[in-house]
Design a protein around this ligand. Sequence first.
Ligand code: HEM
Length: 122
Amino acid sequence: MSAKLYTYEEIAQHNSREDLWMVIDGKVYDITSFQDEHPGGEEVLLDEGAKDGTSAFEDVGHSDDARDLLKKYYVGDVDPTSKPIKVERPVEAIPEVPKGNPLRILIPLVLFGAYVYYSYFL
Ligand code: HEM
């Protein structure tokens, strides 16, 4: 039986925590349910998901066990006529920029200034 083929456009649709695919070595994996189990965390999977994550996967030097695990999530092959497309990271995965309230610094500074003023000039 020949494997089901998916284009990069189709793969790119599966780009969220609720539905995440990844390409490794020309094979397509549905790793939605694996996100919670990944010893390397779910963030990297979302980062590399919906596209070809082969180099990220290889760079880490995953064990044979990790490679074995892939079989469980295999859904098909990449359509060899399809070309990789640019995939944006899903919006939900972009970490929040920590926003500090500027008053956190300003208020102690004003109090300190007042303290110095009263101690030395009055
Ligand atoms: C579906 C694909 C993947 C599977 C099945 C998988 C599986 C695993 C497994 C079983 C481990 C434990 C160590 C080992 O056996 O090698 C691991 C660790 C790790 N994985 Fe993945 N992985 C996948 C994709 C990725 C990707 C794309 C990245 C991106 C950088 C990544 C980053 C890591 C890191 C950093 C660790 C080390 C965690 C630690 O030891 O603290 N993995 N992965």
